[in-house]
Write a protein that binds this ligand. Structure first.
Ligand code: FMN
Length: 403
């Protein structure tokens, strides 16, 4: 089975003479098992017909950003989320300039802005255009990005369609398909199974009421996606959240901490890594009322008892996986995090300062510090997706270092 099997590749085609080779690239990607959707710029449609690409990809070709009908079908944000990998081949000098400037003036540039999938550019242009200072500066600008830095595949040097000889030829379709396959084969967590707990738990008071917390599950879900993208098989044990199940992730939905522990225990023996990102309620109600409690007394006292410590239970297993915990602290973050790391026998802890107003439970951003052994690594304020990738990369490095 190819590493491209069932992978979703969004192929962007821009207005260059090499666009005719994009048809062959679609075929090569499809033959390797990928699902392919094509997005064309207006200029690209002057070089090759959408019909050819529709027939080869087996999917309608996307072109217009401001088309209500297209938006009602697979809208641009949906398309951006759909992709596991975006390849722009050929990438024209003009498109590269627009990308470097952060423009979103057509469907393809907007998708590049909106997608978190890795982006690869296969530049193709006349050698003088490639060598031009503006083009070179645009490429350098893109490569200097700390986030969403695109991969630049090519260009090759040789004879060009215009008769010139030099750098600027698009890499051959089979070579581009090979590079695409490499993206998925070299996942840092390939062959590993990883279990993540995410979201809050709900502790019942009676059949209609419960105790819970503000966890949105966003960080845990972003970690599940990042681990999947790094090649891991991912089992997501999730408390009640308003998030769709990430693609190619196995989700087990639970409600209470007891249910979460049972789901984790049922699957943990298959796993080499466990990340406890759930905000598990520390306490549960000692005796849950079988019927709705009536509002009669002026005062009500609930007796709470401690919930099981899921992550410590896993970390105490004789064959324990690599266990990563979270510490949400409001003060003295490092001390509390290091104490928890030791006390619970964890391999790594992800600490965040929830006293900050710019990050936290429902936010789309986060900033964390990772602690392990005597070391630490700060991941500065970024989207939860970016932070998740950083955490997964650090876990993969630690796993490689461990005997
Ligand atoms: C015949 C012809 C061939 C072209 N080939 C290329 C090319 O290989 N690479 C390139 O960067 N621009 C090429 N261009 C110029 C682009 O088509 C032009 O910059 C266009 O605005 C690109 O639009 P797009 O980036 O939205 O697709 C060519 C133009 C013509 C007329």
């Amino acid at each position: 089975m190819s590493s491209l099997t069932n992978k979703r590749v969004l192929l962007g085609i821009t207005g260059g003479i090499a666009a005719y080779k994009s048809a062959e690239l679609v075929r090569a990607l499809k033959t390797a098992g990928a699902e392919v959707r094509v997005v064309m710029t207006s200029a690209a449609r002057e070089f090759i017909t959408p019909l050819t690409l529709q027939a080869l990809s087996g999917n309608p070709v996307h072109h217009s950003l401001l088309d209500p009908e297209a938006e009602a079908g697979m809208g641009h944000i949906e398309l951006a989320r759909w992709a596991d990998l975006m390849i722009i081949a050929p990438a024209s000098a003009d498109f590269i300039a627009r990308l470097a400037a952060g423009m979103g003036n057509d469907l393809l540039t907007t998708l590049c802005l909106a997608s978190n999938a890795p982006l690869a550019l296969a530049p193709a242009m006349n050698q003088a255009m490639w060598r031009d200072t503006a083009t070179q500066q645009n490429i350098q600008q893109l490569l200097s990005r700390s986030e969403k830095k695109p991969l630049i595949w090519g260009p090759a040097a040789g004879e060009q369609a215009c008769g010139d000889v030099g750098p600027g030829r698009m890499l051959e379709p089979l070579e581009l398909a090979r590079l695409a396959a490499e993206q998925f084969a070299s996942g840092a967590l390939a062959g590993k199974t990883l279990l993540i707990t995410a979201g809050p738990t709900r502790e019942a008071i009676d059949p209609v009421r419960y105790i819970s917390n503000h966890s949105s599950g966003k960080m845990g879900y972003a970690l599940a996606e990042a681990a999947r993208d790094a090649g891991a098989r991912v089992i997501l044990v999730s408390g009640p959240v308003n998030l769709p199940c990430p693609r190619a992730v196995e989700r087990i939905s639970v409600s209470s901490a007891d249910e979460m522990l049972a789901a984790v225990q049922a699957r943990i023996n298959d796993c080499q890594i466990m990340i406890g990102a759930a905000a598990v309620a520390d306490y549960k109600v000692a005796s849950v009322a079988g019927q709705k409690i009536k509002k009669s007394a002026d005062e009500m006292i609930l007796t709470l008892i401690k919930n099981p410590d899921i992550i410590a239970t896993v970390a105490a297993l004789p064959n324990k996986p690599f266990v990563v915990g979270f510490a949400a602290e409001t003060n003295d973050v490092e001390n509390y995090a290091r104490d928890k790391l030791k006390r619970k026998n964890l391999d790594m802890i992800v600490a965040n300062d929830v006293s900050r107003s710019d990050i936290g439970f429902n936010s789309d951003d986060n900033a964390v510090t990772l602690f392990w052994a005597e070391q630490q690594q700060a991941l500065p304020l970024a989207s939860k997706h970016q932070v998740a990738r950083g955490i997964i990369a650090a876990i993969a490095t630690r796993l490689q270092e461990k005997p």
